[in-house]
Design a protein around this ligand. Structure first.
Ligand SMILES: C[S@@+](CC[C@H](N)C(=O)[O-])C[C@H]1O[C@@H](n2cnc3c(N)ncnc32)[C@H](O)[C@@H]1O
Length: 101
């Protein structure tokens, strides 16, 4: 397991570009709702100041690598609701800690 998932760096850990590029070939993402200007994966993105959780993602192909702290549950719920909207696709990266309850 990558140590970064258990450290404070998890908040701003950037998706490796080559990994994103492969997914992007398949999904052609148009929105990164959890980003900073320096790590955004799409030209249209939301920062903590705009709060991606409070925005409408309708009509977008959305790439979500959320901040991995306790707030991750709110991001999973948001992804679920947004993915049910028409013409909206959401791909989310989340840690799998299969050794814990
Ligand atoms: C794990 S990083 C992912 C960065 C980038 N999207 C990527 O995939 O490389 C999570 C990002 O979400 C941002 N973030 C945290 N809370 C947010 C919020 N409420 N709305 C938008 N962005 C947020 C953090 O500043 C951080 O840059």
């Amino acid at each position: 397991m990558n140590r970064v998932l258990f450290s404070s760096k998890e908040e701003v850990w950037a998706t490796p570009q080559t990994f994103f590029d492969e997914l992007n070939e398949e999904f052609q993402f148009t929105l990164d709702p959890c980003a900073l200007a320096e790590n955004a994966k799409c030209s249209f993105y939301f920062t903590p100041a705009e709060d991606g959780l409070a925005q409408d993602w309708h009509g977008h192909n959305v790439f979500v690598n959320p901040p991995y702290g306790r707030k991750i549950a709110a991001w999973v719920e948001k992804c679920y609701h947004e993915s049910r909207k028409k013409n909206t696709k959401v791909v989310m990266l989340i840690p799998a800690r299969t050794d814990t309850a």
